[in-house]
Design a protein around this ligand. Structure first.
Ligand SMILES: Nc1ncnc2c1ncn2[C@@H]1O[C@H](COP(=O)(O)OP(=O)(O)OP(=O)(O)O)[C@@H](O)[C@H]1O
Length: 303
């Protein structure tokens, strides 16, 4: 019986940190992934996304904190309900797709050849007799996803599944993942820098910066909690809510505001996912930039 209440989330991460020597790759991360949710994991290079995915997968042991899947701790071992597609698809190029699938069956205690086959049959289908090394980047990704889903996971972790793919292959890869979500209610955590591709498929967002969670929750709620304000240069910044990012042209100032009432003197609208994340990323870069850069972009000084 599943002892996890729905509002507990299928995946729970509490106070998790991971240090590599003196470097904190992930610090004090707390979030939940509700069952059946599709979460975009975004953040600048080096934010800790791959480390966080490896922690949830159980491939890396946290320095502090606890991760559970379905109430069972994940610590230093791959959880049976989790599949992880790592960034560099580890496939054997010299064998055929059929042999690769057989290897998948031999290496996993729980394996559905039928499920893996279904994934290979999606879209144009993958030739089982082709050598893995001869496949296109899109077909390689499809084989990797077939191997991941053949394990019948409840949680699918994807690290940059769309990198190196052309727009059609990106779209098709996301369709394969979303088919699994629709048919089996799989919970997905997916890291990517390709924000426009994520907007259509992700209902939750996890934004990391310097190893820390900046935003987490339902996309709709996060967007509703933010406003993009546009006003003439010199308009006083809002005093309520949190100013995330400020940018100027010669005539107008644009502000990303989190929370607070709609301020007077500004034109306000809620951002879309891409503009929200872009403004957080720019604010993050400005925080790390020298003071000279901060004064050029008008970004707020780190508090
Ligand atoms: N095995 C390791 N040993 C030492 N440092 C590491 C190790 N793995 C990651 N790091 C460091 O931890 C930080 C986070 O790295 P990580 O790869 O998780 O970031 P990321 O958000 O996935 O980056 P990218 O978008 O560039 O893939 C970086 O500073 C990285 O250099």
């Amino acid at each position: 019986m599943n002892s996890t209440r729905p509002d507990d989330g299928l995946v729970r991460v509490r106070g998790v940190a991971k240090h590599f020597g003196r470097k904190a790759a992930v610090s004090d991360c707390t979030f939940t992934l509700p069952e059946g949710s599709v979460t975009a994991l975004v953040g600048p290079n080096g934010a800790g996304k791959s480390t966080l995915l490896s922690l949830v997968a159980g491939l890396v042991t946290p320095t502090r904190g606890e991760i559970t899947v379905h109430g069972t701790p994940v610590r230093g071992r791959m959880h049976p309900d989790v599949s992880f597609l790592i960034q560099r698809r580890p496939l054997y190029d010299r064998i055929t797709v059929r042999e690769m699938m057989r290897a998948g069956g031999a290496l996993n205690d729980r394996w559905s050849a039928e499920r893996a086959d279904e994934v290979l049959d999606l879209l144009a289908g993958v030739d089982r007799d082709a050598k893995v090394g001869a496949l296109s980047a899109g077909a390689r990704t499809q084989v990797s996803i077939a191997l991941a889903l053949g394990r019948m996971p409840k949680v699918l972790l994807l690290d940059e599944p769309l990198s190196d793919l052309d727009p059609l292959a990106r779209d098709e890869t996301l369709r394969i993942v979303m088919t699994d979500v629709a048919e089996r209610g799989t919970t997905v955590l997916l890291s990517s820098h390709l924000l426009t591709d994520l907007g259509d498929v992700c209902d939750h967002l996890l934004l990391l910066d310097e190893g820390r969670v900046q935003l987490t929750g339902e996309v709709d709620g996060i967007l509703a909690d933010h406003r993009v304000l546009v006003g003439p240069v010199g308009t006083a910044l809002p005093t309520e809510g949190a100013v995330v990012d400020v940018s100027h042209t010669s005539r107008q100032t644009t502000v990303l505001l989190r929370g607070g009432p709609e301020p007077e003197g500004w034109q306000a609208e809620h951002p879309d996912l891409v503009s929200l994340v872009m403004r957080y990323l720019r604010a993050s870069r400005a925080r790390r930039a020298p003071a000279r850069e901060r004064s050029r972009t008008g970004a707020p000084h780190p508090s």
